[in-house]
Design a protein around this ligand. Structure first.
Ligand SMILES: Nc1ncnc2c1ncn2[C@@H]1O[C@H](COP(=O)(O)OP(=O)(O)O)[C@@H](O)[C@H]1O
Ligand SMILES: [Mg+2]
Length: 320
């Protein structure tokens, strides 16, 4: 694969933008840089992110701060049991002055969407958002409208299932490029958070713009991937499919997702070529939520990340 090299100045520009985003997000969200880097990686790879964590770990705070730095049109949709698909996509209303029906666009017509607490709405409403993610367009009463570009969905969910929640169907979880666990902060970070929150917080500033994001995404697409790396990704994915505790392994879409994400990570690191470590580092984020275990394995308490860890351990990267 002969690809054009990306200019050194462009690589530096990406690193600069990533550092500024992280610094701005840090004004509102106190946590590991890794968390911000995974969000940025998904952005560069044109992917969507599912953030999972218990209440009160700043999932909503993080998503709002991240979106703000992107300088893009942002809408938050709070999912509730009575939310309807048309509350997301929009609906036709009768305009008395015009004497005709006009489309009132729903909140999905923005660049960055926060689908907050997505498992609190029933499947039909979740589907309205998930279809938009898949297709980049929305059909409202028979008319199809394209969504703006860039288009990124951040969805949050609580891993503890309780009454009145609707777990995302397996086929739809696959539409998220990465699943990002948001855990409790380290003791130092939690203390810093307590100290910081004595006074009013500074608002994160805008670092990028819609055009800026599109440019970063084009650069990411131009990152070079070796044939050996493609083989490595395939080996990882095949390992999950053959595993005796796995009911459904990672799909070809998952393999593609890992390659795209690895390219995004390479670019963020200021490289125009992917290293095996990019794929290794991202495999847990990209693959774990796409692996379905057998009922026996579930009963034994095996978790999908264990299977991905085993794949990383057993599959060797082969140079030619
Ligand atoms: N790591 C953190 N950094 C900054 N603020 C935090 C952090 N953890 C919790 N908070 C604060 O706790 C509150 C809960 O955050 P929120 O974003 O609503 O959490 P979640 O959406 O995960 O339930 C917010 O006021 C937030 O400022
Ligand atoms: Mg929240």
């Amino acid at each position: 694969m002969a690809t054009e090299r990306i200019l050194e100045s462009a690589l530096e520009e990406v690193r600069g933008a990533a550092d500024r985003c992280a610094a701005e997000i840090g004004k509102a969200f106190i946590g590991a840089r890794e968390t911000v880097d995974v969000l940025l990686t998904a952005l560069l790879a044109r992917g969507h992110v599912l953030l999972e964590g218990v209440p009160g770990v700043a999932k909503t705070t993080l998503c709002k701060a991240f979106s703000r730095t992107l300088g893009c049109r942002f809408r938050r949709i709070q999912f509730t049991p009575d939310l309807l698909p048309s509350d997301i996509t929009g609906t036709y209303i009768f305009d008395l002055r015009e004497q005709s029906f006009v489309l009132r666009e729903g909140p999905v017509f923005a660049h960055v969407i926060l689908g907050d607490e997505i498992n609190r709405a029933p499947a039909k409403t979740q589907s309205a958002l998930l279809e938009a993610m898949q297709e980049g367009q929305v059909t409202i009463e028979g008319t199809t409208r394209p969504l703006p570009r860039p288009f990124m969905v951040l969805a949050t969910q609580n891993p503890i299932e309780h009454e009145g929640t609707y777990p995302l169907p397996e086929a739809q979880v696959d539409r998220f490029l990465v699943k990002l666990p948001i855990r409790y902060p380290s003791p130092e970070d939690e203390k810093r958070m307590l100290a910081t929150y004595n006074g009013p917080l500074a608002e994160p500033r805008e670092v990028l713009s819609p055009e800026g994001v599109l440019r970063l995404q084009e650069l990411s697409a131009a990152v070079h991937v070796d044939d050996e790396l493609l083989d490595y990704v395939l080996q990882l994915v095949h390992f999950t499919r053959r595993h005796r505790r796995v009911y459904l392994g990672a799909s070809p879409r998952a393999a593609l997702a890992l390659v795209h994400a690895a390219k995004g990570r390479a670019l963020l690191a200021g490289r125009d070529y992917v290293l095996p470590d990019d794929a290794k580092h991202l495999a847990p984020y990209v693959l774990a939520h796409r692996v379905l275990l057998t009922p026996e394995a579930e009963l034994e308490g095996v978790l999908p990340p264990t299977i991905v860890a085993e794949a990383l351990d057993k599959v060797a990267y082969r140079r030619r």
